[in-house]
Design a protein around this ligand. Structure first.
Ligand code: DAK
Length: 257
């Protein structure tokens, strides 16, 4: 049987590939549960410092699987906690996750990419929230994360007209961190992930948590949170090592503590 999600470890980077090419990587429970299991495994592995989620050259994911959910009724969606039960695992991991997006990232696919900490887009990437065409609406964060990323005007435009954004527009609008030629997307994303994973793991986690705090709090609360975490970073052996290495003009050796 085909595995709908493939995982690999490259040095300190955990790679997750969505593997349903026959269905444009549409996301059903099997796929999302398998992504969650991969995230659990990489989170538990002290050697891993960063994760990458990707699809194939045609699609990151063309949305939640329409065939899978078309007959859901309210009671089923509510009782099974559709979306929240398994999709949000990507959001809760404390290690950084980069979405490497080529081709379509639509509906739930766009939402899953936005749950990651940053998106690297191939020049072929297309982002959209076309649920309105199906008589429904975004349900995995599209109406909330998209306006925070690209502003209200573009988010309304995309959710209400179902138009897609190409990579250039997505980068200009702030949805995407980098645009990379399609044939180099994975290689370049893995390089960036390896750079991150080469730093001290507790510091990586502190920075992720603190940047995310910017979305959840007022500026003053966020600054206070940052200052407290920054002060706590002086308790790290890796801080002593990093600063000593700078002064001694050598490369630091981090021990993740
Ligand atoms: N689900 C299931 N199958 C899909 C799919 C999807 N989202 N997207 C594509 N496929 C399948 C196609 O049916 C086709 O299968 P076969 O006919 O070969 O068996 C195969 O993938 C190849 O697709 P196409 O033949 O259509 O390929 P094209 O290159 O012509 O077009 C496309 C590519 C991505 C533009 C097109 O496939 C497309 O428009 N796909 C649907 C995109 C879409 O509407 N995405 C949003 C899905 S809805 C909620 C929670 C979550 C959500 C909503 C509510 N609540 C909690 C209430 C989320 C909703 C969504 O994500």
């Amino acid at each position: 049987m085909t595995q709908v999600v493939l995982t690999e470890i490259h040095g300190k980077v955990g790679l997750i590939r969505i593997n349903r090419p026959e269905a444009m990587n549409a996301l059903n429970n099997e796929v999302v549960d398998a992504i969650g299991a991969a995230v659990d495994a990489f989170e538990a592995d002290e050697n891993i410092g960063c994760m990458v989620i990707t699809g194939n050259e045609k699609a990151f994911a063309a949305g939640a699987d329409i065939g899978f959910m078309k007959d859901f009724d309210y009671m089923h969606a509510y009782k099974t906690d559709f979306i929240t039960r398994n999709w949000e695992r990507i959001k809760t991991t404390r290690k950084p996750v980069i979405a490497a997006v080529a081709g379509f990232a639509l509906g739930g696919g766009c939402e899953m990419a936005m749950m990651c900490d940053m998106i690297f887009a191939a020049d072929t990437a297309k982002f959209g929230q076309p649920e309105i065409r199906l008589g429904t609406m975004p349900g995995a964060g599209g109406t909330q994360r998209l306006p925070r990323a690209v502003g209200k005007a573009k988010a309304m435009d995309m959710c209400l007209t179902a138009r897609m954004m190409d990579a250039a527009e997505a980068e200009k609008a702030g949805l995407v961190a980098r645009i990379i030629p399609a044939d180099q997307l994975l290689e370049e994303t893995m390089k960036a992930a390896a750079t991150i994973a080469g730093y001290s793991l507790p510091v990586i986690m502190m920075i992720k948590e603190t940047v995310n705090r910017a979305y959840e709090s007022s500026l003053n609360e966020g600054l206070l949170f940052e200052r407290r975490v920054f002060h706590s970073a002086f308790a790290l052996e890796d801080q002593k090592e990093g600063m000593a290495a700078f002064v001694e003009k050598r490369k630091p050796v981090f021990k993740n503590r």
